[in-house]
Write a protein that binds this ligand. Structure first.
Ligand code: GDD
Ligand code: MG
Length: 350
């Protein structure tokens, strides 16, 4: 099996965490996010994966190398100017092997899912379709591609980010493409799979099918979603072939320091060189490399970028702290707060 991962988006909903890093490499359960996708692809039988990169393109290869550690062969492709999801796929397609008759798996590089990928490929073949879209149901479909299907599972429309969605069934961002469809995407210009390619295929009467699954699915595109996905992996609520064991209440890197009176829980992940001080509470949070939580601080549902520091007795709830930012003592920051990289939040009362 060959696959393409679309990993060139700006990740602007994840700022400030994506100011210095692509979202696809942010640590989720202490591993660069794409590790989970790559391990899953390898598990499903993929042997070659093309990474379609653009934003912070040079950051990927130093992390994954030739892919052999994951049992894969990796090829890196960069768009000097972002080409959109379709343009990125077309650009990456030139680097796929020539494997006549074998479909290509395409993933949005920010999806965490445990659906049956091999089943999706088989389902597309059995239906004689040219594209299969993984579909899930969500409570609020407005932020996604809304994808109604008929009783046979054939896709009848593709409505990207519709303000008035006609179904709760959405595009989960994992596709299987017949190679002829990839080759037909125009080269050398911006193309959106969601706004151009899929609606175009449907208008032309091509057979596009849905593969609906009811298991775990998340798009890690916001700080809250990233923190949730990390905690779900750590607690074993979703399995990643990149992680051993059944999960637990927290995951602490061997090179982190956690004082004995600190309390870690809720699936928190503590990265290398991070420090959790005496009596501090870290619940359902992500501490990236070198982040520090001082004594008596309380960090809940939050994410601290590399080198971020949280002062004594400070409380963070639902906060995203950028790289190397410093939050003083006795502060209180609530849901949705974003602290820019390198910023300083002064001690409270000063
Ligand atoms: N190489 C490259 N170049 N990759 C890109 C580009 C580009 O120009 N633009 C976006 N991507 C990548 C992103 O990095 C991400 O992995 C994926 O394509 C999807 O882009 P997002 O920006 O995350 O899109 P979204 O989350 O708003 O919507 C998409 O995902 C939803 C599911 O989470 C759409 O596919 C929706 O239809 C879908 O429901
Ligand atoms: Mg996304």
């Amino acid at each position: 099996m060959e696959a393409v991962i679309l990993a060139g988006g700006l990740g602007s909903r994840l700022l400030p965490l994506t100011e210095r890093h692509p979202k696809h490499l942010l640590p989720v359960a202490n591993l660069p996010f794409l590790t989970h996708q790559l391990a899953r692809l390898a598990d499903a039988g993929a042997d070659h994966v093309v990474l379609a990169t653009s934003y912070h393109a040079g950051a990927f290869e130093p992390v994954f190398g030739d892919g052999s550690r994951l049992g894969l062969r990796l090829t890196y492709v960069t768009e000097p100017e972002a080409l959109g999801t379709g343009g990125a796929l077309r650009n990456a397609a030139d680097r796929l092997d020539a494997r006549a008759g074998e479909p290509v798996v395409v993933l949005n590089g920010d999806q965490l899912s445990d659906h049956d990928l091999a089943g999706q490929v088989a389902g597309m073949r059995a239906a004689g379709a040219v594209v299969s879209l993984h579909l899930v149901e969500v409570a609020d479909p407005r932020a996604y591609g809304c994808v109604p299907t008929d009783t046979d599972g054939r896709v009848t429309a593709f409505l990207e980010k519709s303000a008035a969605p006609v179904t709760h069934q959405i595009n989960a961002g994992c596709y299987v493409f017949d190679r002829s469809v990839v080759a037909a995407v125009p080269a050398g210009r911006v193309v959106s799979l969601e706004r151009e390619t899929f609606p175009g295929l449907l208008a032309a009467g091509s057979r596009v099918v849905g593969f609906l699954s009811g298991g775990y699915w998340a798009d890690v595109g916001t700080p809250a979603a990233l923190v949730q996905a990390s905690a779900d992996l750590v607690r074993g609520r979703v399995r990643s072939p990149a992680l051993p064991g059944p999960g637990g209440s927290a995951l602490v890197d061997a090179a982190a320091t956690v004082r004995p009176t600190a309390h870690l829980g809720g699936g928190s992940a503590v990265g290398p060189g991070a420090l959790v001080g005496a009596g501090a509470v870290v619940d359902g949070s992500v501490l990236m490399a070198g982040a520090a939580v001082a004594a008596g601080a309380r960090v809940t549902g939050s994410v601290l970028g590399p080198g971020a520091r949280v002062g004594t007795r400070t409380t963070l709830d639902g906060v995203a702290v950028g790289d190397d930012a410093t939050i003083g003592v006795d502060c209180r920051l609530g849901p949705g707060t974003r602290v820019p990289c390198g910023a300083t939040v002064p001690d409270r009362g000063r």
